[in-house]
Design a protein around this ligand. Structure first.
Ligand code: AMP
Length: 284
């Protein structure tokens, strides 16, 4: 059975109020749609942890710094609802722009520090857009738990900081990255790749795995970067926005993996920007 599609704040509020009165717990999975198994893994986790689950689908214009990217973003609502049917979620919340940003909307949620680096440095305003919409979704759904993928690790840390700083009583749960068989992290943007570009894109994960392994053996990222970047270029990648190792919690740049760290990359393949990150084993 497909879940009810809720389009207004008022309908959503009526639902969540009745659930709360019945003592239920609410889990929310915020998405931009074009759902794949990565999103569905968050839904499965939400079902385990909460008695009611809301999946939100909103292609948030405020987090797109590039109008073409927003225009080209895949929109597959009917198919998404079909994919969610087997999880028996309680509501699919699909607000439109006017529900989210009514006339006169003037507030911006901005998380300092964590957003200065990585995607924040390359996509002006992106994380303000994310923090603003996610704080609204937390308040609109009054969720107890919210599920985010480690695929967007910086986003996960930004959302955690925002919820803590604004005293929003939600537990942010990070979930592991789901990958295609060849290692490419699942992403709605993969749909925009031609077959040939899609096949080449798997090299990103291969190169990241090899680099992370060497970092775990004590190598410095400065000594590995040239080889990694050359391999990416040879595989057909274009611009490399970043290939960096950073600490797990504060996203501080580090050269050697002597504390919990992750390797982060953002690279362009045939006009599509792909991001990925993996844990780096701690070097002894
Ligand atoms: P998006 O629709 O791309 O905004 O993603 C919605 C949520 O799904 C975010 O929390 C993402 O981190 C998460 N997500 C996207 N891709 C994956 C993946 N491959 N594995 C796990 N979670 C993912």
């Amino acid at each position: 059975m497909t879940a009810p599609i809720v389009r207004t704040r008022a309908e959503l509020r009526a639902m969540t109020r009745s659930w709360r009165q019945a003592g239920e717990t609410i889990g929310v999975v915020p998405t931009m749609g074009a759902l794949h198994d990565g999103h569905l893994s968050l839904v499965a986790r939400a079902k385990e942890m909460s008695t009611r689950v809301i999946v939100t689908i909103f292609v948030n214009p405020k987090q797109f710094n590039n109008p073409d990217d927003l225009a080209n973003y895949p929109r597959t609502e009917h198919e998404d609802a079909r994919k969610l049917a087997r999880f028996a979620v309680d509501a699919i919340y699909v607000p439109d722009g006017a529900q989210m940003y009514p006339d006169g909307f003037a507030t911006n949620v901005s998380v300092a520090g964590l957003t200065d680096v990585l995607c924040g440095a390359h996509r002006a305003g992106h994380f303000d857009g994310v923090a603003t919409v996610v704080s609204k979704l937390f308040l609109q759904t009054s969720a107890d738990f919210a599920f985010f993928g480690e695929k967007d690790f910086q986003q996960l840390q930004v959302v955690r900081r925002m919820a803590r700083d604004l005293d929003i009583p939600v537990e942010v749960v990070g979930c592991p990255t789901i990958r295609e068989i060849d290692g490419l992290a699942m992403s709605s943007r993969n749909l925009l790749l031609s077959d040939q570009a899609r096949a080449r894109a798997a090299t990103l994960h291969e190169v990241m795995e090899e680099t992370a392994e060497k970092l775990g053996q004590g190598a410095l990222i400065t000594d590995l970067r040239a080889v990694a970047e050359a391999r990416l270029k040879a595989a057909g990648f274009g611009e490399i926005d970043y290939l960096e190792m950073r600490t797990h919690d504060t996203l501080a740049l580090i050269e050697a993996a002597r504390e919990p760290a992750r390797l982060f990359a953002a690279v362009w393949m045939a006009g599509v920007r792909l991001i990925d990150n993996i844990e780096v084993p701690e070097a002894r």
